[in-house]
Ligand binder design. Structure first.
Ligand code: DX5
Ligand code: ZN
Length: 212
């Protein structure tokens, strides 16, 4: 299991130290929630802050766009060269075109699904994707409770992926902890995002290891 700590729950007063801490303690990616205050009822960080995060991080970035006007934000964050760049299917009229653009920029494209969105919405995009991010909370805030139906959706998505593109990864984001991680693994998850569980732990190394 790969683990991507979400910096939304980090202490922003000492962000560099927080990033270095999780990278040194076993994180595989650093998960960045870029919210625009329109798609989400919250506003986070733009490319200036994310570039500083990239400088501090010894692990690749996984940027999760929670934005309207995705093509604009793709171009804005692309120069930071994250490993993954994901956008929400609910907010994109031409997802296939945007996936191609992300790949042309040398970044691995991913699509995110909100809790209410069926995995079938992306069946014909799977062959062009490197990862699907399933939200297991409503986007906007860290520290929310895991929505149990995400587990069934992970299983169904895994079946579609086996059929359409076995190389495509499944990432789960929201309310992930050591209690639901084993079931998520069994359902087909490859990467777990965790914010509150890791950054709120007394022993972050142990928290990351427990997810793995
Ligand atoms: C929610 C974000 C998540 C969030 C996860 O909108 O996409 O990445 O930070 O945080 P936890 O693990 O605390 O639910
Ligand atoms: Zn996220």
């Amino acid at each position: 299991m790969l683990v991507a700590p979400s910096i939304l729950s980090a202490d922003f007063g000492c962000l560099e130290r927080e990033i270095k801490s999780v990278c040194d303690l076993g994180a595989d990616y650093v998960h960045i929630d870029a919210m625009d205050g329109h798609f989400t009822p919250n506003l986070t960080f733009g490319p200036v802050v994310v570039a500083a995060v990239a400088k501090a991080a010894s692990k690749p970035l996984d940027i999760h766009l929670m934005t309207e006007n995705n093509p604009f934000f793709v171009e804005l964050f692309a120069p930071i060269k994250p490993e993954f760049l994901s956008f929400h299917i609910e907010e994109e009229k031409h997802p296939h075109r945007l996936i191609s653009r992300i790949r042309d920029l040398g970044i691995r494209p991913a699509i995110t699904l909100n809790p209410h969105t069926s995995e079938q919405a992306i069946e014909y995009l799977l062959c062009d994707l490197d990862m699907v991010l399933l939200m297991s909370v409503n986007p906007g805030f860290g520290g929310q409770k895991f929505i149990p139906s995400a587990l069934e959706k992970t299983r169904r998505l895994k079946e579609l992926i086996e059929k359409r593109n076995p190389n495509c990864l499944i990432e789960i984001d929201g309310g992930v902890n050591d209690q639901n991680a084993p079931a998520l693994k069994e359902a087909g998850a490859d990467i777990l995002v965790a914010g509150a569980y890791i950054f709120g732990a007394a022993d972050r190394k142990k928290a990351i290891e427990s997810l793995k």
